[in-house]
Design a protein around this ligand. Structure first.
Ligand SMILES: Cc1ncc(COP(=O)(O)O)c(C=O)c1O
Length: 389
């Protein structure tokens, strides 16, 4: 009987060395040696899978990739130095001058900057559909549309894309579907089941889960990953073997961590319901979420991110942040430690109010990345800060 992917995320390991170590070894080396000229020639000729240089491949990196392939149900992968280098690497591999990308406005800020500022420099065109209006996506497909790119749930709006529907659309038109699965992780959703050809992550977030390293990973169909590999091997966005080693160890606990993040997030949502200082809360598994039914269909649980809108607007948001005692004020997410952020005064402050609203950011929006502290302490800190905001 095949082992469950959760078991394999714990048990996959680089072949033991002669030391018979139990925990996985770390190959912190930039290059690899050969016994003789013939062996070296064969490696460079691609006649075997020998490691040559860590910009191309490394056993610690491969171990992390192998676990991600099993968790996502994909054939092959490539790991990168950050989530952004994974995204940029995919755009550069699968789009060329004259091509068109289809996405929507609700994508991570730096991704939006690549799409709108850099891709046009190379004559790569884009269109943004309305995330919640399926009919707008098909209408924007052109003969030169080569890639559809989505995040679900989105950061920070927590909007949901119906992946079954989008997977069918991409297939119908023969377009590559690339999904940023950072917020759900493969524990909560597997885009490959809905027809995604490629799935990527900012491993900096839940995959590491401990706020230690930057990293990224793309997994997908082998023929596509072969193309990505050639681009990345030459242009150099490789991940450090040390970071890959940390990430591989982190994957051993991904399932238990995500389940606990979800438990705590559900408890927080319940505690915030009908709070007098709040206009609304947003959580994929809360019935008030506009895409609740779709979230229920494609996600196992609602995830570790909760947002809410303070009645006090921008000033209320700042007061809330200043009143927190335990939650960290930092821009990361997916950490053991609970984190609060106020997008309107920080990450999205350069956007006009209209632009902020168009991606779901209201003046009083607070994003909580719910950590692994005891739920009573997380809720207690948020409640006392709300009383002061
Ligand atoms: C959904 C999503 N994708 C990509 C990224 C970029 O990842 P990184 O910061 O590892 O480059 C982030 C970062 O917050 C993100 O939230």
């Amino acid at each position: 009987m095949d082992q469950h992917p959760i078991t394999r995320a714990v048990r996959i390991q680089t072949a033991r060395t002669r030391e018979m170590e139990h925990s996985t070894p770390l190959f912190l080396t930039s290059s690899f040696c050969f016994e003789d000229a013939e062996e070296m020639r064969a490696a460079f000729a691609g006649e075997n899978n020998d490691n040559i240089y860590s910009r191309y491949s490394n056993p610690s990196v491969q171990e992390f990739i192998d676990k991600m392939c099993v968790l996502e149900g994909m054939e092959a992968g490539f790991a990168t130095s950050s989530g952004m280098s994974a995204i940029f690497g995919c755009f550069m591999t699968f789009l060329k001058s004259g091509d068109h990308l289809l996405s929507c406005k609700s994508i991570f800020g730096s991704t939006h900057t690549i799409v709108t500022k850099y891709l046009p420099r190379w004559n790569i065109d884009y269109s943004y559909a309305e995330i919640d209006k399926p009919e707008t996506w098909e209408a924007l497909i052109k003969p030169n549309t080569k890639l559809i790119y989505v995040e679900t749930p989105t950061n920070p709006g927590l909007d949901i894309v119906d992946m079954e529907w989008l997977g069918n659309l991409a297939k119908k038109h023969g377009i590559i579907l690339l999904v940023d699965n950072c917020f759900a992780t493969p524990i909560l959703q597997k885009p490959a089941q809905y027809g995604a050809n490629l799935v990527l992550h900012s491993a900096t977030k839940w995959l590491d889960g401990q706020g230690r390293v930057l990293g990224g990973v793309v997994v997908g169909e082998k023929n596509l990953i072969d193309e990505l590999y050639l681009f990345c091997r030459n242009t150099g966005p490789a991940i450090s073997p040390f970071h890959a080693w940390l990430l591989s160890k982190s994957l051993e606990t991904l399932d238990v961590r995500i389940q606990r993040h979800c438990d705590n997030a559900e408890a927080l949502v319940q505690a915030l319901e009908n709070h007098p200082k709040i206009n609304w809360i947003k959580y994929p598994f809360h019935p008030s979420h506009p895409m609740y039914e779709i979230a229920k269909k494609q996600m196992a649980r609602g995830g570790g991110l909760v947002t809410f809108d303070l009645k006090g607007g921008v000033e209320g948001g700042k007061k809330f942040m200043n009143a927190l005692n335990m939650l960290s004020l930092t821009s990361n997410l997916g950490d053991t430690r609970s984190i609060a952020s106020h997008p309107a005064s920080t990450t999205h402050s350069k956007l006009s109010s209209e632009e902020q609203l168009s991606v779901g950011i209201t003046p009083g929006l607070i994003r909580i990345s719910v950590g692994l502290e005891h739920k009573d302490d997380i809720i207690g800190d948020i409640m006392q800060a709300l009383a002061k905001s």
